[in-house]
Write a protein that binds this ligand. Structure first.
Ligand code: URA
Length: 438
């Protein structure tokens, strides 16, 4: 029988790769309480420094999946496909994408999370809709999926429970930012939900979890390879998160913008990312000729949204919560072109207004958030307010304004407004990177 201290030393000294049997034993012993948290934390730190090679990562992810239930969606008649984003500011893409892709012929079983820190969570956004329920059990999920072809629900505790334990440990031991640990955490949950195909939106830039594009691309390639190894057709897009996506940040404000987008009135950057992801999803689902833009124009996508909201207990016609206090703020420092409106600053400001939570147990204020009155590339006049703050208590203004202090740059030259989608990792890229000599 292996002993944990020897395995920690093997990984610490980068002596050799751990075997499948050793990784299997580590997970069983940890989940049975035979390995202490401090021992697992030491192993995670060794992995943080020395990584996991391909076979180790495959075995590690396989153990995370096997630690819980794996949803069986084989009875769903349509091809299943999901999307996962690594998280960003104003990222309401999932709200649009699930009904949009369903309206084009696929089934979208989307298991999502809540917001933590400056990035918002899809579940919090949806819960701003009166009556909307995200806590469907697996049989309710299958029923809703068979009926309306799109569901967005909370991942239950039975799905990859090893990830829950390991993530909590990584969070308090400085071992979150490791590509193999992030990749196994994300991919194991997505595979356990039973989807046949998966598109990853890996964000990069100031408001992203992976600000450096080269690291974001490595994370994307690692996740694509892992998904494929576990039998799920997987691709990734790398998208910019230097500035918030769209013009709304905050739960109810983002739902409002997503509904407008489904009705054909979405901001250009939001639609660029959404349509690019939709096309990848439909292609992976075996529906390459489906046209998501036509689905929006015809009203089919909006109809699918209304059906999804109703199937999950929500009222698509109910008014969304609105803030009692609204303040036009952040005057442009000079006349010229807005060249930077920093995603991280806006995300932190929205969070301070009450849109996000600092701890898992905190509640969120659905009406709180920020509307962007200008976006990079716009010509602005000195003194013109660039944002609108929404909150329940104006006592929160000062903290939000402090976060926005360094958020903007205005220049006399117009910026080159870069495309929002900056890279793509497909099945062939992963195969190519594994060829000898590459
Ligand atoms: N999201 C996850 O689910 N896991 C990570 O490790 C990081 C982000």
């Amino acid at each position: 029988m292996p002993d944990v201290v020897s395995l920690i030393r093997v990984k610490r000294d980068n002596e050799r790769a751990l075997t499948d049997a050793e990784i299997g034993w580590l997970f069983r012993a940890y989940l049975a309480g035979e390995i202490a948290d401090e021992q697992m934390a030491a192993l995670l730190m060794a992995i943080y420094f020395n990584g996991l090679d391909g076979p180790e990562l495959r075995a590690w992810t396989g153990e995370m999946i096997a630690s819980g239930e794996r949803l069986d969606l084989s009875a769903i008649a349509r091809p299943t496909v999901d999307k996962h984003s690594t998280g960003g500011v104003g990222d309401k893409v999932s709200l649009i994408l699930a009904p949009l892709v369903a309206s084009c012929g696929a089934a979208v079983p989307m298991l999502s999370g809540r917001g933590l820190g400056h990035t918002g969570g899809t579940l919090d956004k949806l819960e701003s809709i009166p009556g909307f329920r995200v806590d469907l059990g697996s049989s309710q999920l299958r029923e809703a999926l068979a009926k309306v072809h799109a569901v967005i629900v909370a991942a239950g505790p039975g799905l990859a429970p090893a990830d829950r334990r390991l993530y909590a440990l990584r969070d308090v031991t400085g071992t979150v930012e490791s590509i193999p640990l992030i990749a196994s955490s994300i991919v194991s949950k997505k595979i356990a939900e039973g989807t046949s195909a998966l598109v990853l939106d890996v964000k990069t830039g100031s408001g992203a979890f992976m600000p450096d594009p080269a690291r974001a691309t490595r994370l994307a390639a690692t996740m694509v390879a892992l998904g494929i190894e576990h039998g799920v057709r997987t691709r990734a897009l790398i998208t910019r998160m230097d500035t918030p996506l769209g013009r709304a940040v905050g739960n109810a404000l983002e739902v409002e913008e997503a509904v407008a987008a489904l009705q054909g009135d979405g901001p250009a950057d939001l639609m660029e990312v959404t349509l690019a992801l939709a096309r990848e999803m439909l292609d992976l689902a075996g529906l390459p000729d489906a046209d998501p833009q036509a689905a929006i124009a015809s009203g089919r996508a909006y109809h699918a949204w209304r059906e999804m909201v109703r199937a999950q207990g929500g009222d698509p016609d109910a008014p969304l919560p609105t803030a009692s206090e609204v303040l036009a703020a952040l005057p442009a420092p000079r006349t010229g072109y807005l060249t930077r409106l920093d995603a991280l600053c806006v995300g932190v400001a929205a969070w301070r207004l009450g849109a996000g939570r600092a701890r898992k147990e905190d509640s969120v204020d659905y009406a709180a958030g920020i509307r962007l009155l200008a976006k990079p590339g716009d010509y602005v006049q000195e003194g013109q307010p660039l944002v609108e703050l929404h909150a329940e208590r104006h006592g929160r203004w000062a903290d939000a304004m402090e976060a926005l202090g360094e958020a903007v740059t205005v220049s006399s030259e117009p910026p080159t407004v870069a495309a929002a989608v900056i890279g793509r990792v497909g099945e062939r890229d992963v195969e190519r990177s594994r060829e000898p000599g590459s």
